[in-house]
Design a protein around this ligand. Structure first.
Ligand code: SF4
Ligand code: SF4
Length: 368
């Protein structure tokens, strides 16, 4: 874990308070998306295909502060679009810091050199830099040459100026464990505080659909990475049980209220990833009116193969609170990298549609 002790203590205290108060659904990280506009057009992006009138919308400083106050999560992640395009971003970040919330400002880093002096280093502020792999892999992922080099330059600059810096890495088709391991070695050598890593979610809105890695392949890939990582000093910014989940050793239900999303449409139901399920006008309305039971990779075909941290990190943290010994042992030993995996989730809605004859499932083929 790369997260400083002070932040771990704040989050730990918050979690214990929720438990003592008997709160069943509590937010862990607010996903604050103040705009969808971006200065890149990545193949696997599900955020930038909106018409210009939506891409031109911004959440104001006041709307952002209202979202932070309503939700009151101890951490705020600001993804996008590209947040550094937003003219009020320095003010928004300062407002979140003033509330003593930990803010992760996610950026592809293209504008960071130009805008860095608008920000002041703080234990509450982390630049989370988008990097999906080494040069060839990252530039292919973001569909533009030269982005890797500029991102690395920005990381070095931010570190030199005393900012907290993490790397946010999404894995797509064609990855192999050795390449990912070399990338993790490289970013650790750069001196970043930690890396968040997850398989890309197969956005229906993404320009290319064949880039996503799914099902058992994800878990095989993570097992391969963790096997190599046993003797390396990588700092992955996830709970040990979420990493164990990525390696196919935990069956978890999604708990998307742990990472609620506020964007230019309102509070997005149920999560950051599914865009067409409606919105709520307030955080409380989101909690009260979202049919949470309809979502999750064992429930809904739209969620099939999803292992994103916005759905499952909060579940893993909850499991850790209920089973601290399991969490501790997994943290000490690392995720299991061989033996059986838990069964692949099969969305119930799909299972229910399988036709049967006297209770025996039958396969139906369409005539040409
Ligand atoms: S994935 Fe991120 S950097 Fe790429 S286009 Fe989407 S918002 Fe921009
Ligand atoms: S499984 Fe959870 S996080 Fe993933 S798309 Fe479905 S609701 Fe969202």
């Amino acid at each position: 874990m790369g997260v400083p002790l002070r932040q771990q203590l704040t989050v730990g205290t918050y979690l214990i308070k929720q438990k003592l108060k008997g709160v069943k659904k509590y937010p862990l990280v607010l996903m604050l998306e103040p705009l969808f506009r971006c200065n890149l057009a990545c193949a696997g992006c599900g955020k930038i295909d909106y018409p210009d009138e939506i891409l031109d919308k911004r959440l104001s400083f006041e709307e952002c502060m209202q979202a932070v106050d309503e939700c009151n999560a101890p951490m705020v992640s600001i993804p996008g679009g590209e947040p550094l395009i937003h003219k009020e971003m320095p003010q928004i970040v300062a407002g979140i810091i003033a509330r003593k919330k930990y803010v992760y400002l996610c950026t592809n880093a293209l504008l960071l050199k130009k805008r860095i002096d608008d920000y002041t280093p703080s234990p509450y502020l982390t630049f989370s830099i988008h990097l999906d792999g080494m040069q060839e892999r990252h530039d292919a992922s973001v569909c533009q040459d030269g982005v890797f080099e500029r991102a690395v330059e920005a990381i070095k600059l931010a570190l030199a100026k005393g900012f907290r810096v993490t790397v946010n890495c999404t894995l797509f088709q064609g990855e192999n464990a050795q390449e990912v391991a070399e990338f993790l070695d490289y970013v650790m050598e750069l001196g970043v505080e930690g890396v968040t890593i997850a398989p890309g979610f197969s956005y229906e809105r993404a320009p290319q659909q064949n880039v996503f890695i799914k099902g058992r392949d994800v878990k095989e890939l993570f097992r391969g990475i963790f096997k190599i990582g046993k003797n390396r000093k990588w700092k992955l910014n996830h709970s040990s049980l979420y990493l164990d989940f990525l390696a196919g050793n935990q069956s978890y239900e999604c708990t998307p209220w742990g990472n609620p999303t506020r964007n230019v449409f309102g509070w997005q139901k149920p999560c950051y990833l599914l865009a067409d399920e409606g919105n709520a006008a307030s955080f409380q309305e989101l909690l009260d009116t979202t049919p949470w039971e309809k979502y999750g990779n064992s429930t809904n075909p739209k969620c099939a193969s999803c292992m994103a941290h916005c759905g499952y990190e909060a579940t893993a943290v909850e499991d850790m609170l209920r089973n601290p010994l399991k969490g501790l042992l997994t943290a000490l030993r690392g995720p299991k990298t061989d033996g059986d995996m838990v069964p692949e989730p099969m969305p119930e809605l799909v299972v229910a549609k399988t036709p049967t004859l006297a209770g025996i499932p039958i396969r139906v083929e369409m005539a040409d």
